[in-house]
Design a protein around this ligand. Structure first.
Ligand SMILES: Cc1ncc(COP(=O)(O)O)c(C=O)c1O
Length: 359
């Protein structure tokens, strides 16, 4: 059987099926006439209020959408045209969206401490002022890297000094297994130029499709007609189900359970990498999220390796899909079991050691 280290989705046992069934029923019985009709374009009112309170903003600044990727599309439509700065590598879907739209990309390198802010300053100095900086500072997809506090402050400072619109995409922040949570760039900057997006996909369930952004109220008003023209009303049953889940205080215990399941998988992956690839590759050691980033010897092409790995029964995503170097790969530990991770990494390690010298 093929072992997927490619799929960045939660293992089935992470999903709180029973709790959500009860919450969906309670939401329908309690507020069915609202949620089964057309309604607030910017999201289910009580959920917008819950999110606003959690982030210390007015509900008018909260836009709840069908998953947070949709927020990205809406923001791009609402903001002025111009080049968009992204991390290199970055989450493949927004990258693809930008390329397909023909938007000019400015790429900023990333290391174990997140985006290289010195390079960001250089890229900002070249060409016209960018329309947006899109960044994933915590447990980044695909690298698992987290931006240090010092760099967060510098990004917040640059956003202010240069009136640079920033979208901080943070779906993994609460999926932390150890270490102290860091302040968001949004909190550090105060929300004038920095917008924040997150999602209940990693903390509750992705199939609900509930994501959100916090933006200046004027921008939320600009987004409203765009959202109405796209879907009239977002999926309110899902939003009301999430709200019921939160209202019942189920988020914290569920997160604790999910983080426990994912921590075991992360540990299994790091141990298997150490056993199989020590001295032949480098990898990140994230304190949370879904992903480890693998850097192979310079002469190893991850795409060629993938073709052989598929024959050997293991898959991953080549780093080039995210704008990364040809010798890099994203390994997801979120989906398969710890035993499968161990076996999948061992299969991969056998292929790598068969063909390469130590790095
Ligand atoms: C960085 C990042 N942003 C956004 C998303 C999309 O999340 P949603 O399910 O809320 O659309 C993902 C999903 O993998 C992600 O990794």
């Amino acid at each position: 059987m093929t072992i997927s280290l490619a799929r960045g989705i939660p293992a089935p046992e992470c999903l709180p099926v029973e709790e959500l069934a009860e919450c969906a029923e309670a939401a329908l019985r309690g507020d069915g006439e609202t949620i089964l009709s057309y309604g607030s374009t910017l999201g289910y009112g009580p959920l917008r209020e819950w999110i606003a309170e959690r982030h210390g903003v007015e509900p008018g600044c909260v836009v709840v959408t069908n998953g947070s990727l949709q927020v990205f599309h809406l923001l791009l439509s609402a903001l002025p045209a111009g080049r968009v700065l992204v991390e290199r590598p970055t989450y493949d879907r927004p990258r693809k969206v930008l390329l397909e739209l023909g938007r000019e990309l400015g790429e900023v390198g990333i290391d174990a401490d997140g985006m290289d802010v010195g390079e960001l300053e250089r890229v900002l100095g070249e060409g016209s002022p960018p329309a947006l900086l899109y960044t994933i500072p915590t447990f980044q997809n695909p690298t698992g890297s987290t931006l240090s506090v010092e760099r967060r402050r510098r990004v917040a400072g640059l956003a202010d000094e240069r009136a640079l619109p920033v979208l901080e995409d943070d779906p993994y922040g609460l999926v932390r297994f150890e270490g102290e949570p860091l302040p968001s760039i949004f909190e550090l900057e105060g929300g004038e130029h920095v917008m924040y997006s997150s999602s209940f996909s990693k903390t509750v369930a992705p199939g609900l499709r509930v994501g959100y952004a916090i933006v200046p109220a004027a921008l939320a008003s600009q987004i409203e007609p765009l959202a109405a023209a796209t879907y009239i009303t977002p999926a309110l049953l899902a939003q009301a189900t999430v709200h019921e889940f939160l209202r019942r205080g189920l988020l914290e215990p569920s997160l604790e359970r999910v983080c426990g399941l994912l921590r075991e998988r992360r540990d299994a992956m790091l141990e298997a990498l150490e056993r199989g690839l020590s001295g032949r590759a480098r990898w990140t050691e994230p304190e949370g999220g879904y992903f480890v980033w693998l850097e192979l010897a310079d002469d190893v092409g991850a795409s060629e390796l993938l073709a052989r790995a598929q024959d050997a029964g293991v898959t991953f995503v080549p780093g080039a899909d995210f704008g990364g170097a040809p010798n890099t790969a994203r390994l997801a530990f979120s989906f398969v079991s710890p035993a499968e991770i161990e076996e999948g990494v061992a299969r991969l390690a056998r292929l790598v050691t068969a063909t390469t010298a130590p790095v």
